[in-house]
Design a protein around this ligand. Structure first.
Ligand code: GDG
Length: 458
């Protein structure tokens, strides 16, 4: 049986349960056959030389871990400036937030070449290589240029925008052509696949045909949607654990009879936090019966704090929260509980379960796992209601959520009100349909389906 080699910007020890959905899925896939997980160590060397980095290897059960350190210049250009300063905003349709001035494509290429060089030394001829996410798009092209002929697949965790938005990235055609070095390219949603096909047609003068094949510049790749799921069993076990139950009790004691709206995310402009607060303000204005009776608990865990756009967003959220609490709050009621810290993973299910409504309203999102975690954490005899943005990849799968357009404040407020007032029979019906899909398409289904397809892709 071929060995699986996973490559991602960051890696995790698959034996540690705190690792979260993707790490668990990839870790389990790796443990089945024994495999190699390769990525950046997370260490920055102040005295290092660009394009060079030390390789560290260690063994975690059946999985070999291999990491490379980056020097400061490589970290800045590959990770901060190009991956998070240009690719992340553009792929989330935010040309206004992309910082092209500091963009250094050569640093991004250099680090991909460095990774390819270090990885090549560890590869066996019949390995299967699975590369993850936007940091590493050109990795296969670099490996191929070094003579590697193994089967290689790529999965994009974030959305792929339409061609005219992609076209804003300097040398976008180089970036997109490099995807054709893979045997299989996986996307989160059908919308992303459509954008990839359109890009190939319009920008590369290519075409697409049967069997998910896209052709351009004399090369072929298979492009398909594989919507990522969560580890339903693991999350249900977590929900029954001591920490989650304690969290739930604590929320009940603190908020008593009040209904809770719950939001949990990294503090990121793609997640639509400002628009959610506008809708909550509108809810309190249009449906005053919620004043004193409904609280929004918003966890915004710190993320990418050295990128300027994130700092600005934090300031705006703090000011908006302050103004809503100032305008509507009472001595015994704070409308918005905004927490700029992370909650321990073991406690999360208890928090989700305490929410009568789960608010997952990104402006654009590849999939959004919080939406899925919220559903799985619910009490199946008295479930809460998921309010989900139509711009999350998850919206293609989760028809039974109440879907909203986060830019339409009045519609979002109206939908939250509908969710707050929904009767038990309708909540039960929606929840059970969502749960069935969640179980059928969990994270193990995702990795197995992807890898089976990659195996069959040549
Ligand atoms: C990318 C794509 C795609 C959040 N706050 C806390 C916390 N979290 C955990 C959640 C969830 C994960 O982080 C977030 O996953 P999402 O999918 O919502 O979003 P991204 O981080 O942007 O992930 C996304 C995903 O990749 C997978 O392909 O779905 O579209 O953008 O698991 O629970 N965890 C803890 N404390 C927090 O405060 N412990």
């Amino acid at each position: 049986m071929s060995r699986l080699v996973v490559v991602s910007n960051r890696i995790a020890d698959p034996r540690k349960s705190a690792a979260g959905g993707l790490a668990v899925a990839v870790g389990q896939a790796l443990e089945t056959t024994g495999g190699l997980w390769f990525g950046w160590s997370g260490k920055i060397r102040e005295d290092g030389t660009p394009g060079e980095g030390e390789l560290h290897t260690s063994q975690a059960g059946k999985v070999q871990l291999a990491t490379v350190d980056l020097c400061r210049e490589d970290y800045d250009s590959y990770y901060l400036n190009h991956s998070n300063g240009v690719l992340w905003p553009v792929f989330h349709y935010r040309l206004d937030l992309a910082d092209f001035s500091t963009n250094d494509l050569s640093g991004y290429r250099r680090v991909n070449k460095l990774f390819a060089h270090k990885l090549k030394a560890l590869l066996k001829p019949d390995d299967i290589i699975w590369v993850h996410d936007y940091h590493l798009i050109p990795l296969a092209a670099e490996l191929r240029a070094m003579g590697c002929q193994q089967r290689m697949g790529f999965f994009l965790h974030i959305p792929l925008p339409p061609p005219l938005i992609m076209a804003a990235i300097p040398q976008h055609d180089w970036l997109m052509r490099s995807l054709f070095a893979y045997d299989l390219v996986g996307f989160q949603s059908q919308a992303d696949v459509t954008h990839f096909r359109h890009y190939a047609e319009t920008e590369l003068k290519g075409s697409y045909g049967p069997d998910d094949i896209v052709e351009a510049s004399g090369a072929q790749v298979r492009a398909k949607a594989f919507p990522i799921g969560i580890d339903v069993d693991e999350f249900q076990t977590l929900a029954k654990g001591k920490d989650a139950l304690e969290m739930y009790d604590q929320m009940q004691k603190t908020y008593g009879q009040r209904k809770l709206l719950v939001g949990v995310e990294r503090l990121d402009y793609s997640k639509g936090l400002r628009h959610r607060l506008y809708a909550f303000r509108q809810l309190l204005e249009s449906y005053p019966e919620n004043r004193g009776a409904t609280t929004l608990v918003q966890i915004a865990s710190p993320s990418r704090e050295s990128v300027e756009a994130y700092d600005l967003l934090r300031q705006r959220l703090e000011s908006l929260t302050g103004s809503i609490n100032g305008d509507f709050g009472e001595l015994d009621w704070t409308p918005v509980r905004y927490i700029h810290r992370s909650v321990a993973r073991k406690r999360l299910p208890g928090l989700y379960r305490s929410g009568s409504v789960g608010l997952v309203t990104p402006l654009r999102d590849g999939m959004n796992l919080v939406a899925k975690e919220y559903v799985v954490a619910q009490n199946e005899k008295d479930p809460g209601v998921l309010v989900l943005s139509r711009f999350a990849g998850a919206a293609e799968q989760l028809d039974e959520a109440l879907q909203v357009n986060p830019y339409d404040t009045a519609q979002m407020a109206e939908t939250i009100q509908r969710a707050l007032q929904m009767g038990l029979p309708e909540r039960l019906e929606r929840h059970s349909a969502l749960m069935q899909r969640m179980k059928a398409q969990d994270v193990h289904w995702w990795s197995q389906t992807y890898l089976a397809d990659l195996n069959a892709s040549r």
